[in-house]
Design a protein around this ligand. Structure first.
Ligand SMILES: Cc1ncc(COP(=O)(O)O)c(C=O)c1O
Ligand SMILES: [Zn+2]
Length: 388
């Protein structure tokens, strides 16, 4: 923590003292953790990573805990970045890679956000957390809460994948299935949290999940020897991973680790819930609630992301775009990725394959562009979707 200087609102830039319990800024903005990057730069050369931990805590100097002993870890991060030549040939790319986040604890990238958020919750003495979730964030919250001895209260749509429900119950969380969407779950948490004494761990409503997710950006840079790819495909629900990676790129540039080059950031959504695609196409600065959201990619069923303003500005600043993919295309792509490469992806990750194929076919990306698809979870958590 000597490295954390303050927290800062991502919208109005108001500053906050570190080491306190926060949710949103009064303007509604998410708070970002800020570090003394110039001091870190002089003491932490990127070469020192060679002897670092083999999980995401290898980046501890730019992560938020005050003390290394606080870390609640299950071995998350440093996931493989796999070159996919056979899939590349099938979709017209000569430089295609998959970052396989399905290998994380609880089989999704949500572990990254929860290792940091639960670590800080524990450090700040929080005893009970509550979270609305499309499924995988709940599993990760339940696992890290169990490891930290924190009580987890989970609210998920009643048609969440069965694996997430069983996983959360087994991990000892208090689970409530809600007849509605993640937005309804979020409302219940915010109505009950004060009376119940819960800390609200909703996506982007606390500052520390972004910090864990940003390590996806540090890792891709390190794994490509400090040159970022030309395009990143990211399955966007709440958009935390994209927001986190973008923050990581800025930090790494200030640390002198990478150049000013940025990938085109591509938000991939499901046809049945595409608020970001619609807002991007309409050149709007924020999204509108997507009515009757429905898709097999449960993590993409977020009808109105809280971070929409941030996501849309990243897409524009990076000269990226937003693409919607139908459920049929998602499952077909998942089968293709599995059969050609041996990677059994979550539907959210599979959606990126279709999106890449479309953007190569329409000339937005070139066959020699280096592209990374984020497979955010394991297909094993979605046996219902694949068997149907
Ligand atoms: C497998 C998977 N991919 C992607 C997402 C979307 O994540 P984000 O909130 O970072 O956009 C989720 C969220 O639940 C998910 O579970
Ligand atoms: Zn603010």
């Amino acid at each position: 923590m000597p490295n954390v200087t303050h927290l800062e609102c991502s919208l109005c830039a108001q500053r906050f003292e570190p080491n306190r319990v926060y949710n949103l800024c009064s303007c509604g903005g998410t708070l970002y953790v800020r570090y003394s990057l110039s001091a870190i730069k002089s003491t932490w050369p990127r070469e020192s990573l060679r002897s670092g931990r083999t999980d995401l805590w290898r980046y501890l100097p730019i992560l938020p805990p005050q003390r290394a002993e606080s870390i609640v870890s299950l071995g998350e991060g440093m996931t493989p970045l796999i070159r996919t030549e056979r899939l590349g040939a099938a979709i017209g790319s000569r430089d295609l890679w998959v970052k396989d986040e399905g290998l994380n604890p609880t089989a999704s990238f949500k572990a990254r956000g929860m290792t940091t958020a639960i670590t800080i919750a524990k450090e700040l003495g929080i005893r009970k957390i509550a979270i609305p979730s499309a499924g995988n964030a709940a599993s990760a919250a339940a696992a890290y809460s169990a490891a930290a001895g924190i009580e987890a209260h989970i609210f998920m749509p009643k048609d969440v994948p069965q694996s997430n429900y069983v996983e959360c119950k087994t991990l000892g969380a208090a689970v409530t299935l809600v007849d509605g969407l993640i937005s309804d779950c979020a409302r219940i948490v915010s109505e009950r949290k004060d009376q119940e004494g819960w800390f609200d761990m909703s996506t982007l409503k606390e500052p520390y999940r972004v910090e864990g997710k940003k390590t996806m950006g540090y890792e891709v840079a390190e794994q490509f020897d400090w040159e970022l790819p030309d395009a990143i495909f990211y399955p966007t629900g709440g958009g935390v991973g994209m927001i986190g990676m973008w923050k990581a790129f800025d930090e790494m540039e200030q640390l002198g680790w990478i150049s000013a080059k940025r990938p085109k950031m591509i938000a991939v959504q499901a046809a049945g819930c595409q608020p970001i695609v619609r807002a991007f196409d309409q050149r709007a600065s924020r999204s509108e609630f997507w009515q009757n959201a429905s898709t097999v990619a449960a993590g993409l069923r977020v009808p109105k992301p809280l971070g929409d303003v941030l996501i849309l500005s990243i897409l524009r600043e990076s000269a990226g775009t937003a693409v919607a993919v139908s459920d049929e295309e998602i499952i077909d792509s998942g089968r293709e990725l599995a059969a050609l490469e041996g990677i059994f992806a979550a539907p959210e990750g599979a959606a990126c394959v279709t999106a890449a194929r479309k953007l190569i076919a329409n000339g937005f990306l070139k066959p020699d562009d280096r592209m990374v698809l984020y497979n955010t979870g394991s297909g094993l958590k979605y046996l219902d979707a694949y068997s149907a």
